[in-house]
Ligand binder design. Sequence first.
Ligand code: 13P
Length: 248
Amino acid sequence: MRQSLVVGNWKMNGTRASTAALAQSIITGLGANSAGCAVCVPYIFLASVGEIIKGSGLALGAQNVANQPSGAYTGEISASMLNEFGCQYVLVGHSERRSYYGDTNASVAERFCQAQTQNITPILCIGETLEQREQDQTFAVVNEQLDAVINLAGIDALNSAVLAYEPVWAIGTGKTASDEQAQEVHQHIRQYIAAKNQTIADKIQILYGGSAKPDNAKGLFAMPDIDGGLIGGASLDADSFLKIYHSI
Ligand code: 13P
């Protein structure tokens, strides 16, 4: 049985005060049952949110990490810096990073490896655009995104990683993948990994992301290969996020 995981991605939202209040509301709402829940916070609020959630079961995550360990990389944040601030997770390869900031399959693979050097669990985001889906390229696209990481890090690196399938056309659009559409790709991803290593395929958590909301989360999470969610917009409201978490 895979442990489920629900992760909030706050993206570039909030103030110091509002993110503190949001974190506080989430840990209050979680109470003692906080296993498998994390929030990926803007870099600048990692310290303040980290202080608030310390000692609760809510895990801290970042939204990206540099592809280099240290040095002259202005504006970047290294995995060791994230480690120092208590990050347990980091997103790599989010589609917004890939499309607006030029993160490539190659640099995403390097970021993935950097996270693991600091024992931070990378959450590798993969998924196709609408155009790619319409051209029947969904499986080929996610295979290529996975291969870039597997070729650099090795298949065993997936022992300490999480995958997130986020169809680009569903992110922030209100257009969720249907339960069946999401399950079809999750199953494909698991089979693709199983062909390389069955044990890892059985164990790895594959999250769904893209307009997940309290009213559609239950159906998505009931699918056999969907182990949780990566939640954007709905994670900015503690009640919605907690409802999604509790629907698993
Ligand atoms: P939304 O839930 O706002 O569609 O965002 C999904 C996402 O990008 C999570 O990483």
